[in-house]
Each structure stands twice: as C-alpha cells, then as structure tokens.
Design a protein around this ligand. Structure first.
Ligand SMILES: CC(=O)CC(=O)SCCNC(=O)CCNC(=O)[C@H](O)C(C)(C)COP(=O)(O)OP(=O)(O)OC[C@H]1O[C@@H](n2cnc3c(N)ncnc32)[C@H](O)[C@@H]1OP(=O)(O)O
Ligand SMILES: NC(=O)C1=CN([C@@H]2O[C@H](COP(=O)(O)OP(=O)(O)OC[C@H]3O[C@@H](n4cnc5c(N)ncnc54)[C@H](OP(=O)(O)O)[C@@H]3O)[C@@H](O)[C@H]2O)C=CC1
Length: 278
C-alpha cells in the first residue's frame, strides 16, 4: 500500500507520521522544500517523544525512513491512497484535485482532510467522484483517536470500506457521517470557539478566565481560545465562513474579532501569536 499526503503542515505531517508508524510507505508533497524540512523536523521530534515514552516500539529513524519528501506531484502516480491536507480554501483545493485526478493511477483513492468544505464539490473536481472521500483526522494526529469519514454524493461503498480499513490499521476509530457543512465535528465545535472569541470581544472575561472556566468547569482538555490558537485562527475563520454560507443561518456568523485577528496576521500558535504569545 503506497500512501500519499499533500501538505507538510501540522495535519499533513501528522497524517504522514501515523501512516509511517503503521508500516505504510509514505510520500509527502509540499510546494517548497523549506516546508518539507520543517515538517520532517516536527515528525522527528514527535517520533522521538513517543519512543522515549514507550509508545512507539520501532526506532524513530526506521519510521522516518518510510517517508519520502518531495515537491513533485507526479510522485503520487502509483499511490493507492492520497490524503490532501493543504490550506482550507475551496478554490485552492479544487485546483489541486483537478490536477491530482490526472496524475494518480485510475484505481487510486483520493481523500481530503478538509475541516468543512463540501466533499461532493471536491470529488467532482477530481474527476473520480466514486473514489473520493473525506478522511478527517483530528489535531494532534498522533494522539487523537478519531477519523471522521465523510461520504460524498457519489462515494462508492468500496471506497468507504477501504478508507475505514486504513483508518483502523492506523490505530484510529473511524466514524462516518454525511456531507453537510462542517460535518459533525466542526458544526458542533467551531460555534463554541467562535462564541468564546465573541466573549473576548464583548469583554465578558479575559482569555485566561474564559479558558479556565471551560477547562475546570466542563473538563475540556484545552480552553476554547487555546484550542483556536492551536488549530489556527485562519482555519477557524474559514470553517465559520463555510458554516455561515453553507447553512445560511446568522448564528454561524464569524466573530468580527476573529476576522480582525486573521487580517492582522495573528493566526495563533503557527504565527507566534493569537489569543496568547508562543
Ligand atoms: C479543526 C478540525 O478540523 C478538527 C480538529 O482537529 S479540532 C481539534 C481537536 N483536538 C482537540 O480538541 C485537542 C484537545 N486537547 C487535548 O486533547 C489534549 O490537550 C492533548 C491530547 C493535545 C494533549 O494531552 P494532555 O493530556 O493535555 O497532556 P499534555 O501534557 O499537554 O500532553 C501529553 C504529552 O503528549 C505530548 N505531545 C503533544 N503533542 C504531541 C505530538 N504531536 N506527538 C507526540 N507527543 C505529543 C506532550 O508533549 C506531552 O508530553 P509530556 O507528557 O512528556 O509532557
Ligand atoms: N489545524 C487543525 O487543527 C486541523 C486542520 N484540518 C484541515 O487540514 C488542512 C491543513 O490544515 P493545517 O495542517 O492546519 O494547515 P497548515 O497551514 O499547517 O499546513 C498546510 C500546508 O499545505 C501547504 N500547501 C498550501 N497549498 C498547497 C498546495 N497547492 N500544494 C501543496 N501544499 C500546499 C502549505 O504551504 P504554505 O505555507 O505555503 O501555504 C502548508 O505547508 C486544512 O484543510 C484544515 O482545515 C483538519 C483537522 C484539524
């Protein structure tokens, strides 16, 4: 089984790592060598940590050796499964899948790790809608148990079974839902994060208090503002926009503060500052 991953950011890197830990040969592509180098370093650090804690029996170097890093999309030609994890933008993903559909062998299955964008639309762009599916990993991929599997309008039963089996081989629990904006995970999670941001904007409480209340009061592992910073505020805004437009209800309106912070380049952990400094 040859496993492809597009994008060496926080999600692509995590997906590639867990695929390699599961014994698959993995090819990771990104647009610039610099991003591949950064992704490789993050994977190496995570593997070392898991190994030190006894959660990874293979030597980290052996796992890393199963991953090939490339800037060439053509290297996906003989992949059995390619999972896309690039920026949360429908136009950019559509263009990528149009290209990828002409590269990967006809029997290859294409999947998107999108947080919210309609799987059916991306499937149409790929030119192989029956062999297209949503394979939504959670962040941080090496630690989170869930893969949300989203079937598009034309996804075949064989494709759904194949991807469910791969998720299980990766040690994850696949749970299936249908193709609605934000699916299940982000339709429920993201309005909560957006509301926490609205609380900051309205001066309801300081960020530390909002996070503390949700951590101590609701037993959430991370407060909503810490989690928004962790996901990336640009990604949170894109998801809210998909929910707002796709469901047509103003209850999904992105907080103006979220929009302003993204405009200011405050993207959370990945840019060094969001609701907190890193
Ligand atoms: C936006 C979308 O489309 C969908 C999404 O993904 S939404 C986001 C979903 N994710 C969440 O909600 C995550 C919420 N947070 C959590 O569940 C937890 O905080 C967590 C699992 C991330 C961390 O676990 P924790 O119990 O808080 O403990 P914490 O001490 O912070 O971390 C546990 C250990 O794992 C390590 N760790 C963290 N990330 C790691 C990684 N990627 N690889 C290896 N180890 C890692 C930590 O360094 C830490 O190690 P030590 O014990 O040596 O310090
Ligand atoms: N962050 C999260 O918690 C989660 C995110 N997701 C989803 O996963 C996807 C990726 O998110 P995330 O990893 O956080 O984002 P990142 O910004 O960390 O990584 C995206 C990577 O893809 C690269 N990229 C952009 N365009 C292309 C392209 N055309 N071809 C190849 N590579 C490209 C980016 O390069 P550059 O820097 O140049 O843009 C970057 O390295 C999104 O769809 C997001 O919604 C899903 C679950 C959780």
């Amino acid at each position: 089984m040859k496993f492809g991953v597009i994008g060496a950011g926080q999600m692509g890197g995590g997906i590639a790592q867990v695929a390699a830990q599961s014994g698959f040969d993995v090819t990771v592509q990104d647009v610039q060598q610099e991003y591949l180098d950064r992704g490789r370093a993050v994977i190496e650090k995570s593997l070392n940590k898991l190994h030190e804690k006894g959660k990874l029996s293979d030597a980290p170097a052996d796992v890393l050796a199963r991953i090939t890093f490339t800037t060439h999309m053509q290297d996906f030609a003989d992949c059995d499964l390619v999972v896309e994890a690039i920026v949360e933008n429908q136009a950019v993903k559509n263009a990528l899948f149009e290209q990828l559909g002409g590269i990967v062998k006809p029997s290859g299955i294409l999947a998107s790790n999108t947080s919210s964008i309609p799987i059916t639309a991306l499937a149409s762009a790929s030119g192989r809608p029956d062999r297209f599916i949503g394979m939504h990993f959670m962040n941080p991929v090496p630690l989170m148990a869930l893969v949300e599997v989203i079937r598009g309008y034309a996804t075949s039963d064989e494709t759904a079974q194949f991807v469910t089996g791969i998720a299980e081989q990766m040690g994850k629990t696949p749970l299936t839902c249908n193709d609605f904006p934000g699916f299940v995970s982000n339709r429920i999670l993201m309005p909560m994060l957006n509301e926490a941001i609205q609380c900051v904007m309205e001066g309801v409480a300081e960020p530390e208090a909002i996070d503390g209340i949700m951590k101590l009061g609701m037993n959430h592992p991370m407060g909503p503002l810490t989690l928004a910073d962790f996901i990336g505020l640009d990604t949170c805004l894109s998801i809210m926009e998909v929910l707002h437009m796709g469901l047509g209800d103003d209850k999904y309106r992105p907080s103006p503060l979220l929009r302003k912070m993204v405009q200011a380049g405050l993207l959370g952990r990945k840019s060094g500052e969001g609701f907190y400094k890193y």
